[in-house]
Ligand binder design. Structure first.
Ligand code: SF4
Length: 101
Protein backbone atom coordinates (compact mmCIF):
# COMPACT_ATOMS: atom_id res chain seq x y z
CA UNK A 1 0.00 0.00 0.00
CA UNK A 2 2.75 2.43 1.01
CA UNK A 3 4.62 1.57 -2.18
CA UNK A 4 1.54 2.33 -4.26
CA UNK A 5 1.18 5.77 -2.66
CA UNK A 6 4.84 6.54 -3.28
CA UNK A 7 4.53 5.39 -6.88
CA UNK A 8 1.44 7.57 -7.37
CA UNK A 9 3.28 10.57 -5.97
CA UNK A 10 6.18 9.87 -8.29
CA UNK A 11 3.80 9.70 -11.25
CA UNK A 12 2.15 13.00 -10.27
CA UNK A 13 5.51 14.70 -9.89
CA UNK A 14 6.58 13.40 -13.29
CA UNK A 15 3.34 14.63 -14.87
CA UNK A 16 3.77 17.99 -13.19
CA UNK A 17 7.29 18.29 -14.52
CA UNK A 18 6.15 17.45 -18.01
CA UNK A 19 3.32 19.97 -17.77
CA UNK A 20 5.67 22.69 -16.55
CA UNK A 21 8.16 21.90 -19.28
CA UNK A 22 5.40 22.02 -21.90
CA UNK A 23 3.84 25.25 -20.62
CA UNK A 24 6.14 27.54 -22.57
CA UNK A 25 5.28 25.65 -25.74
CA UNK A 26 1.53 25.70 -25.32
CA UNK A 27 0.66 28.84 -23.46
CA UNK A 28 3.52 31.14 -22.76
CA UNK A 29 5.52 31.04 -25.94
CA UNK A 30 5.07 34.54 -27.27
CA UNK A 31 6.26 33.60 -30.74
CA UNK A 32 3.34 31.18 -31.11
CA UNK A 33 0.80 33.78 -30.02
CA UNK A 34 2.33 37.02 -31.17
CA UNK A 35 0.15 37.14 -34.30
CA UNK A 36 3.13 38.02 -36.42
CA UNK A 37 4.15 35.80 -39.30
CA UNK A 38 7.85 36.24 -38.76
CA UNK A 39 8.96 33.92 -41.55
CA UNK A 40 7.00 35.86 -44.18
CA UNK A 41 8.06 39.16 -42.59
CA UNK A 42 11.67 38.14 -42.98
CA UNK A 43 11.25 36.76 -46.49
CA UNK A 44 9.47 39.89 -47.74
CA UNK A 45 11.65 42.30 -45.73
CA UNK A 46 8.71 43.81 -43.87
CA UNK A 47 9.34 47.21 -42.30
CA UNK A 48 7.12 49.32 -40.03
CA UNK A 49 7.58 52.45 -42.12
CA UNK A 50 6.70 53.34 -45.72
CA UNK A 51 8.93 53.28 -48.77
CA UNK A 52 8.18 56.69 -50.19
CA UNK A 53 4.51 56.61 -51.19
CA UNK A 54 4.39 52.85 -50.95
CA UNK A 55 2.63 51.74 -47.76
CA UNK A 56 0.18 49.07 -46.68
CA UNK A 57 -2.84 51.34 -46.69
CA UNK A 58 -2.50 51.81 -50.46
CA UNK A 59 -1.48 48.22 -51.25
CA UNK A 60 -3.83 45.72 -52.88
CA UNK A 61 -2.83 43.04 -50.37
CA UNK A 62 -3.86 45.09 -47.34
CA UNK A 63 -6.78 43.72 -45.28
CA UNK A 64 -8.33 46.50 -43.17
CA UNK A 65 -9.12 45.71 -39.54
CA UNK A 66 -12.87 44.92 -39.42
CA UNK A 67 -13.40 47.03 -36.31
CA UNK A 68 -11.16 49.94 -37.28
CA UNK A 69 -10.86 49.89 -41.08
CA UNK A 70 -9.67 53.48 -41.44
CA UNK A 71 -7.66 53.77 -38.21
CA UNK A 72 -4.00 54.34 -39.08
CA UNK A 73 -3.09 53.71 -35.44
CA UNK A 74 -4.65 50.24 -35.47
CA UNK A 75 -3.15 47.00 -36.69
CA UNK A 76 -4.53 45.24 -39.73
CA UNK A 77 -3.90 42.19 -41.91
CA UNK A 78 -2.36 41.32 -45.23
CA UNK A 79 -3.18 38.64 -47.82
CA UNK A 80 0.46 37.60 -47.99
CA UNK A 81 0.85 37.12 -44.20
CA UNK A 82 -1.34 34.24 -43.00
CA UNK A 83 -2.22 34.59 -39.32
CA UNK A 84 -0.50 37.95 -38.96
CA UNK A 85 -2.88 40.56 -37.56
CA UNK A 86 -0.28 43.16 -36.65
CA UNK A 87 0.28 44.77 -40.03
CA UNK A 88 0.63 48.51 -39.66
CA UNK A 89 -0.91 50.65 -42.42
CA UNK A 90 2.29 52.67 -42.79
CA UNK A 91 4.40 49.55 -43.23
CA UNK A 92 5.95 48.29 -46.44
CA UNK A 93 7.37 45.08 -47.84
CA UNK A 94 8.49 43.54 -51.13
CA UNK A 95 4.94 42.22 -51.69
CA UNK A 96 3.62 45.75 -52.21
CA UNK A 97 1.24 46.10 -55.15
CA UNK A 98 -0.28 49.54 -55.62
CA UNK A 99 -4.06 49.76 -55.54
CA UNK A 100 -5.51 50.86 -58.82
CA UNK A 101 -6.76 54.42 -58.70
S1 SF4 B 1 2.02 43.24 -49.17
FE1 SF4 B 1 3.46 44.30 -47.81
S2 SF4 B 1 3.06 46.46 -48.23
FE2 SF4 B 1 1.28 45.33 -48.98
S3 SF4 B 1 -0.15 45.31 -47.25
FE3 SF4 B 1 1.05 43.45 -47.15
S4 SF4 B 1 2.70 43.96 -45.73
FE4 SF4 B 1 1.84 45.87 -46.43
Amino acid sequence: MEDNVKESRRQLLKMGSVALAAAPMIGFNTSAFAHQNTSVRTALKFQNYPNGDKRGSNCMNFIPNKNKPTDNGAVHGCRLYPGDDEIVPNGYCLGFVAKSK
